[in-house]
Design a protein around this ligand. Structure first.
Ligand SMILES: CC(C)(COP(=O)(O)OP(=O)(O)OC[C@H]1O[C@@H](n2cnc3c(N)ncnc32)[C@H](O)[C@@H]1O)[C@@H](O)C(=O)NCCC(=O)NCCS
Ligand SMILES: Nc1ncnc2c1ncn2[C@@H]1O[C@H](COP(=O)(O)OP(=O)(O)OP(=O)(O)O)[C@@H](O)[C@H]1O
Length: 277
């Protein structure tokens, strides 16, 4: 039998691979403050690493379908936006079936779904294209009182929707530059990824943290992340001490930065697009 060559995989196959790889790499990265990682479940009593992996794998057909919809429809507009909304909602159901009802990747479906479709459509303007899609209003989207919606009412933070509509500033202006900077400083790949996560955390209005721990939790997350980077980052002894402090502090506040984790996955996805697809 002839071996399947890599180039025989379709573009949609390869994009789905990259999206799932980004989610697995995010989950495996350790030690992440108060998040699920190789060490344990962080501030999430209902999550564990195996569940994050199973959830990520369950989303592969969804990402593929999103890329195919982008290629079939061929342009940014309401038909593609509403196709992505439908596929995303079905993906969310697949995720919930796999996890028996636990929300493992809701924010990631949104961010990586838009980016996967955008990468299929406009590989040279991925975040801009994702932003254009996010700005369109899906007429069929339900309007549930999600945690994000409650936080928006209470604190005015517009969360995952706004981050995408602005073209993922946390990824473009914080995560990716820090990833490259730490790589250049020979921090090692895992430390560079931790530093990218921390850079995202310094400035993000993470609605997971706001919902669970209010503005006190958000300030602890942002200042603590800044303190790690200020001490030299994850690759240094001083930085590691600060990171350990941040982990303890966020655990005490039950403040898990799930939005920042999703955006790290988005960051790793975009970083990989720069290689050959
Ligand atoms: C826009 C979404 C994210 C809903 O947002 P909302 O804030 O109302 O919901 P929720 O509280 O469930 O939070 C979503 C997730 O976003 C992540 N997040 C939190 N803060 C941020 C932030 N500042 N930036 C980016 N992501 C964030 C978190 O992981 C969180 O779990 C999206 O899930 C959605 O519209 N879902 C409906 C189904 C759908 O149409 N899907 C189609 C996807 S293309
Ligand atoms: N490694 C990770 N560990 C924990 N959360 C993560 C990780 N990676 C991504 N996340 C994101 O964090 C979110 C989980 O946050 P959270 O548990 O606050 O959601 P919830 O189910 O809406 O709230 P709650 O658990 O308070 O009822 C997931 O939607 C997921 O997108």
């Amino acid at each position: 039998m002839r071996a399947l060559k890599l180039h025989e995989l379709s573009l949609a196959d390869r994009l789905a691979d990259r999206a799932v790889d980004a989610l697995i790499d995010e989950a495996d990265l350790s030690p992440k403050p108060a998040l699920v990682d190789r060490r344990g479940n962080g501030a999430h009593s209902d999550l564990h690493l195996g569940l994050m992996h199973a959830s990520a794998l369950s989303l592969w057909p969804m990402f593929k379908e999103m890329a195919e919809a982008a290629l079939d429809i061929g342009e940014v507009g309401l038909p593609l936006r509403e196709a992505l909304g439908r596929i995303g909602r079905e993906g969310e159901q697949a995720m919930l079936a796999t996890t028996q009802g636990v929300n493992t990747h809701r924010g990631a479906i949104w961010a990586l779904g838009l980016l996967t479709a955008a990468a299929a459509l406009e590989p040279r303007a991925v975040t801009l294209t994702a932003a254009k899609l996010a700005l369109l209003n899906d007429r069929y989207a339900p309007q549930p009182m999600s945690h994000g919606a409650q936080v928006a009412q209470r604190y005015g933070a517009r969360g995952a929707r706004e981050e995408a509509q602005l073209g993922f500033p946390s990824v473009i202006q914080r995560g990716l530059p820090q990833l490259h900077k730490s790589r250049r400083a020979n921090a090692g790949e895992q430390n560079a990824r931790l530093d990218a996560l921390l850079a995202i955390m310094t400035d993000l209005a993470d609605t997971c943290v706001l919902y669970r721990a209010g503005t006190q939790g958000l300030a602890a997350m942002q200042q603590g992340a800044q303190a790690v980077l200020g001490a030299g980052g994850s690759a240094t002894l001083a930085g590691r001490r600060q990171l350990h402090e941040l982990d303890l502090q966020l655990l005490a506040l039950n403040a898990s930065p799930g939005g920042a984790a999703d955006l790290l996955a988005a960051c790793l996805f975009i970083d990989r697009l720069d290689g050959a697809l």
